[in-house]
Write a protein that binds this ligand. Structure first.
Ligand SMILES: Nc1ncnc2c1ncn2[C@@H]1O[C@H](COP(=O)(O)OP(=O)(O)OP(=O)(O)O)[C@@H](O)[C@H]1O
Length: 327
């Protein structure tokens, strides 16, 4: 089992590489046929150890991309390598390097206890007895699986099942983990646990993460890079802060005041809400038009500021703005 990021990846070769990648579908509409371009001219490169959020609206082409990266779908055009392998012809070798988690599909055996599913997967991946034991112990502890290891998968709650799914996908210590909507339907605590696990896994094993999600908490907590797709094409590649900056999304300053100011009006800001009868205020501002320092100076004219925080913009909002600017 690998333990250090340096051990991962062959030199500086990207873990995911695509050039001009595209996939079309032909759909029938009555007697006519129509071509749907699901993914178009996608050129991306993801280095070992990166955590990338692959985001976009419904139907933007995310699942189709993942299927091409993992060898489930044959591309219509372009080139793609995953972990240095060609996904379709090298699919079996690729299965050793990649772990895939689909939020809405299971890869566990429904009627078997979780422990048995993990054993079968260890055999499929030809793990040595020692590697199987060490890795299972590690995953059981980190994902807190102990209490339901003996329970058949069909009896698990969604949160428990997702933790078991993640253990199953990561049992063979893949270099790349692809997660398709991993937190969909989970409660707040389960989401938090899963995110914490993925952060820890990445830290200790240098695992590369690619995840699609509509939950922007996933992006904020897990991803240091965002790829945004719109109608099959890549429209942004960079950080979350960079994405916000391109569309001039608002930031929100939260200020705690020494005395209540019920009606706080600050030039250049939009008052979002207040709490504690005016002790705490949330003020939205456009970082292109003013600065946090200026807003703070203005607030200080009304009352002493005890504490302040800047909230990053809501990513859903940012995505909407990017799309709107392209229509
Ligand atoms: N098997 C298929 N046959 C025909 N059209 C398809 C097929 N799979 C996907 N598409 C179409 O390709 C486009 C991209 O779909 P895809 O599932 O990749 O999007 P997505 O970004 O994953 O969406 P979601 O967030 O809803 O899962 C959509 O217009 C979809 O209808």
């Amino acid at each position: 089992m690998r333990s250090a990021p340096e051990a991962i990846g062959a030199g500086n070769d990207p873990i995911i590489h695509s050039r001009g990648l595209g996939r079309d579908f032909t759909v029938r509409e009555g007697l006519r046929r129509r071509t749907v371009v699901a993914v178009d001219d996608l050129s991306i490169s993801v280095a070992a150890g990166e955590a990338v959020g692959y985001i976009g609206a419904n139907g933007a082409g995310k699942s189709t991309t993942i299927k091409m990266l993992t060898g489930i779908l044959v591309p219509t055009r372009g080139e793609v390598t995953t972990c240095g392998l060609r996904p379709v012809p090298d699919r079996r070798r690729l299965a050793r390097e990649v772990g895939v988690v689909f939020g809405q599909r299971t890869q566990l055996w429904w009627d078997l206890p979780v422990r048995e599913s993990l054993r079968i997967l260890a055999a499929i991946h030809s793990l040595s007895p020692a590697a199987e034991r060490d890795r299972t112990d590690e995953l059981v502890e980190r994902l807190e699986l102990e209490e339901f290891l003996g329970t058949p998968v069909r009896q698990l709650s969604l949160g428990q099942r997702m933790r078991a799914e993640v253990a199953a996908a990561l049992l063979h210590s893949p270099r790349l983990v692809i997660l398709d909507e991993p937190t969909i339907g989970l409660d707040v605590l389960s989401k938090q646990r899963l995110r914490e696990f993925l952060v820890a896994e990445r830290r200790s094993h240098g695992t590369t993460l690619l995840l699609t999600t509509h939950d922007m908490g996933d992006v904020e907590r897990l991803c240091d890079r965002i790829l945004l797709v719109d109608r099959g094409s890549l429209v942004f590649d960079g950080t979350l802060a960079g994405l916000s900056a391109t569309v001039g999304a608002e930031r929100v300053m939260v200020v705690d005041l020494a005395e209540p100011v019920p009606d706080l009006t600050v030039p250049g800001t939009r008052h979002v809400d207040s709490e504690g009868g005016g002790l705490r205020h949330r003020l939205a501002f456009d970082p292109g038009a003013t600065t946090a320092a200026r807003v703070l100076t203005e607030v200080s004219r009304h009352a002493e500021v005890l504490d302040l925080a800047i909230e990053e913009p809501d990513v859903e909002d940012v995505v909407r703005r990017v799309y709107a600017s392209r229509r």
